[in-house]
Design a protein around this ligand. Structure first.
Ligand SMILES: Cc1cc2nc3c(=O)[nH]c(=O)nc-3n(C[C@H](O)[C@H](O)[C@H](O)COP(=O)(O)OP(=O)(O)OC[C@H]3O[C@@H](n4cnc5c(N)ncnc54)[C@H](O)[C@@H]3O)c2cc1C
Length: 390
């Protein structure tokens, strides 16, 4: 399907605006450049750097700068313009943008022929958590601005030496990857604080085959990490956390010097599209507005999982379809990508994942090698070498 022809008119120079410089946005950017030198591309993102967020938990071992790619460098490499801005995106805004063919930023108006919304689905991890945000709570956003090792070192320096517990909230892929990296970090620093995991589900990684949970829970036992399944985190205050048992609604406190909260992505306000990535809003099809990445839902056989591989495939497909739509024959390509696997790393030396079929659970070194290969492909894409077949 990627081989469907791209009929680009030589006489026009389409203006394409991408909102969001994450995995989907950058996959679209690199694809647009690969197929057409003659497109004017503007990338809008509030940050100064693209963040390779799939490695974020590794900042307990590596500097954050290893994961950052400056938008200035990407501007030069892919001949585009980056504007630092965060737009408010809702149904009314999407309809207005389609109607006007223009985005109004604080400083300037940005006209476009095609617009791609790729702003992800990250939400504030503390949405829905009661009480004031305590000083001793870290969320994903904190790790996007400072390395895990620096955040923990700074926090631990301020504590007295009494051994206590650190709580990780959220047994999804992000929480688990941070939990095991943190265990390794405390071990390397010879710190005696213990670790616990709190999750409101009955087992970790509920969305994956049970083989994931049994392997991870076994590894947690080996590392002396306490697990509280079926328990809600309510708040961290001073040196205690307040929890609630899901079944009985019984509230109880436990000693905890610090909580790391990873309670997942926003599932509401996702942008619906048609089979080809064009946005549907206000009961209409917005022909010039496309969406891709975690924040989009495609009504097709393709994968809508919130993974980097789906985000990249949606971004690439939307880019090809925008180019096709700007041509004479508007034959668009449907989204059919299926994820071929998913790997959750358990520190530097172990991982668990599925490959090809969801029930094919694999652990240890082989699966780590595959994760490495997948991530190298994305690095190559950012350097201008596209090894993806679709
Ligand atoms: C720690 C961690 C590990 C992960 N590991 C894996 C993994 O191993 N494999 C895997 O497949 N997936 C993994 N994921 C999931 C993967 O990172 C996401 O699926 C992927 O980042 C989604 O890409 P995206 O482009 O939709 O959104 P994002 O990558 O979140 O990018 C969104 C971009 O939009 C910008 N933006 C947001 N709001 C606005 C706005 N209003 N205006 C302008 N710009 C805006 C943001 O600054 C950001 O740059 C992991 C996620 C985390 C957090």
């Amino acid at each position: 399907m990627a081989l469907l022809p791209l009929y680009i008119l030589k006489s026009t120079r389409p203006k394409i605006v991408i909102i969001g410089g994450g995995y989907a946005g950058l996959a679209a950017l690199t694809t647009l450049r690969r197929y057409s030198a003659d497109v004017e591309i503007t990338l809008i993102d509030p940050g100064t750097h693209h963040l390779k967020i799939t490695h974020l938990h590794e900042t307990f071992r590596y500097p954050l700068s290893d994961l950052q790619v400056s938008y200035t460098l990407l501007e030069q490499r892919f001949d585009c313009r980056h504007i630092r801005s965060a737009l408010t995106i809702d149904e009314a805004a999407l309809c207005q943008w389609q109607e006007r063919g223009c985005l109004q930023l604080k400083e300037e108006a940005v006209p476009f022929d095609y617009l791609l919304v790729a702003t992800g689905a990250r939400q504030n991890c503390l949405d829905g958590v009661s009480g004031d945000v305590a000083e001793n709570v870290l969320v994903l956003e904190d790790f996007c601005t400072a390395a895990g090792s620096d955040l923990l070192d700074t926090f631990l320096e301020k504590q007295d030496s009494a051994a206590s517990c650190i709580s990780v909230i959220g047994g999804g892929a992000t929480g688990i990857q941070f939990l095991f990296e943190l265990a390794g970090f405390l071990h390397r620093r010879r710190v005696s604080h213990s670790l616990r995991l709190i999750d409101d589900k009955a087992r970790v990684l509920q969305q994956f085959p049970p083989g994931f949970a049994s392997y991870i829970e076994k590894r947690m036992l080996e590392l002396d990490i306490e697990f509280f399944p079926g328990v809600y985190f309510l708040e961290q205050r001073n040196n205690q956390i307040l929890l609630e048992e899901q079944a009985s609604r019984r509230q109880f406190e436990l000693p905890s010097m610090l909580s790391l909260v990873f309670t997942g992505n926003r599932q509401n306000n996702l942008i619906e599209t048609n089979l080809f990535g064009q946005v549907k809003a206000g009961g209409k099809l917005l022909e010039n507005v496309f969406a891709a990445g975690d924040g989009s839902v495609y009504p097709s056989l393709g994968s809508n999982s919130m993974t980097a591989q789906s985000a990249v495939r949606k971004g690439k497909l939307a880019a090809r379809n925008m180019l096709r739509y700007s041509g004479l024959l508007k034959v668009l390509e449907p989204y059919l990508h299926r994820d071929l696997g998913y790997v959750v790393s358990l520190g530097p030396e172990d991982a668990v994942g599925w490959l090809v079929l969801e029930n094919n659970v694999v652990t240890g070194v082989p699966v780590m090698v595959i994760k490495e290969a997948v991530e190298t492909r994305y690095d190559l894409l950012l350097s201008g070498v596209d090894t993806y077949l679709v």
